[in-house]
Design a protein around this ligand. Structure first.
Ligand code: NAI
Ligand code: MG
Length: 359
């Protein structure tokens, strides 16, 4: 029995998480998996009930689980909270407490949605890439850091630092992920100016030797940013350090054009993972059963793949989502203004995916 901890959170979080849970429940038994679910609080709802965005007991429950499926946190109600009690603190805290060092953000374009991209359909069709971003090191965490007044001038510093263990483990994550895909890894760096990047190139090449079935290329970060909009189809798995990954994963997301379609996974040691849609709590549409649950459902697919070692279950879920879109079914966010197409609500879209799964 594998335990999944549900953290629906705020806004549309509970609405989309519910549809993802239904999909997990329907698909698991067909692939010989037995799941149990428990639900807990995170974000604003936790502030309201417990005075903190994330209680220690929730961290303990997460550690005792196989995977965590999260909705979203935040909303105007809590915008005036002091920094330490803001809903986002709950997210940062759980990622850190679980030691989640690898962030996986796939960006793929379902054929039926190719015209949602800001890029021309002939560039976009068939994009299927995965950004693997290092999440706990580099410039965002390095010491020394801080501000000072030096001879009357304000000065600030941050430090980009990685050791070989941190690099090797994220590189392995990328090569393993590539084995479930098209077996090509692009390592993104700035080797011509950064010693940190030179070490990354060295260590990534060492890890590549253990994965002779996967091809490796190195790409400068600035030219990668250009290639992502010019020839996005050339990429399979992109692996990179924290800052470059932060920027490139948002760029890759944007070329798909559909915020309501983007899943993510954050992985730690031993298969423990946290899965969540990339979008936020969308307070503007919360409580109306109109949110798009597909990003959450595709996050559940990633949960099958990375925490339950069930890639066939993941493929079944993705196939069902593609079939639903091919059949012309859309939530409101996927319809262009003036298109006049009838739309499905959140639960009805969940029903449609379950029907496509034959459940
Ligand atoms: P957002 O992603 O919540 O919403 C941006 C726009 O996209 C809104 O118009 C929203 O209605 C729409 N949208 C988002 N997800 C959708 C879905 N599944 N279906 C249909 N439409 C969808 O970002 P925003 O507005 O910047 O932030 C709202 C709140 O969410 C804030 O409190 C913010 O702090 C929080 N947030 C939380 C995140 C998380 O929990 N990981 C990530 C980003 C924002
Ligand atoms: Mg970002």
């Amino acid at each position: 029995m594998d335990r999944v901890l549900l953290l629906p959170g705020d806004g549309i979080g509970p609405e989309v998480t519910e549809q993802a849970r239904r999909v997990l429940e329907a698909v698991a038994p067909r692939f010989g998996l037995r799941l149990s679910f428990e639900e807990e609080r995170i974000g604003g709802i936790s502030i309201d009930e417990r005075g903190t965005p994330l209680a220690d007991l929730v961290v303990e429950k997460a550690r005792a689980s196989r995977a965590v499926l999260l909705g979203a946190v935040g909303g105007p109600k809590w915008d005036a909270e002091p920094v330490d009690r803001r809903p986002e603190k709950g997210l940062l805290r759980i990622r850190k407490a679980l030691g989640l060092y690898a962030n996986l953000r796939p960006a793929s374009v379902f054929a039926a949605l190719a015209d949602a991209s800001p890029l021309r359909p002939e560039i976009v069709e068939g994009i299927d890439l995965l950004v693997v971003r290092e999440l706990t090191g580099g410039l965002y965490f390095g010491e020394p850091r801080g501000r000072a007044l030096v001879q009357g001038r304000r000065e600030a510093r941050n430090t980009m630092v990685y050791d070989e263990v941190e690099i090797a483990r994220i590189a392995r994550t990328a090569f393993e992920a590539a084995r479930l895909r098209r077996r090509h890894v692009t390592h993104v760096h700035k080797q011509n100016v950064l010693e940190v990047s030179q070490l990354w190139v060295e260590v990534v090449e060492e890890v590549a030797k253990d994965h002779p079935d996967v091809t490796l290329a190195h790409q400068l970060v600035d030219s990668c940013a250009m290639l992502l909009v010019k020839e996005p189809r050339r990429f399979d798995v992109i692996v990179t350090e924290n800052l470059f990954g932060d920027i490139l994963s948002d760029e890759a997301a944007m070329i798909t054009g559909s915020l309501g379609m983007l899943p993510s996974a954050s992985l730690g040691e031993g298969g423990l993972g946290l899965y969540e849609p990339v979008h936020g709590s969308a307070p503007d549409i919360a409580g109306r059963d109109i949110a798009n649950p597909l990003a959450a459902i595709l996050s559940a697919a990633m949960l099958f793949e990375h925490s339950l070692a069930a890639p066939e279950a993941a493929a079944a879920v993705r196939g069902a989502v593609a079939a639903v879109l091919d059949a012309g079914k859309r939530t409101g966010d996927l319809v262009l203004p003036g298109e006049g197409r009838p739309t499905l609500g959140c639960r009805a879209m969940g029903d449609a995916v379950l029907a496509a799964l034959g459940a």
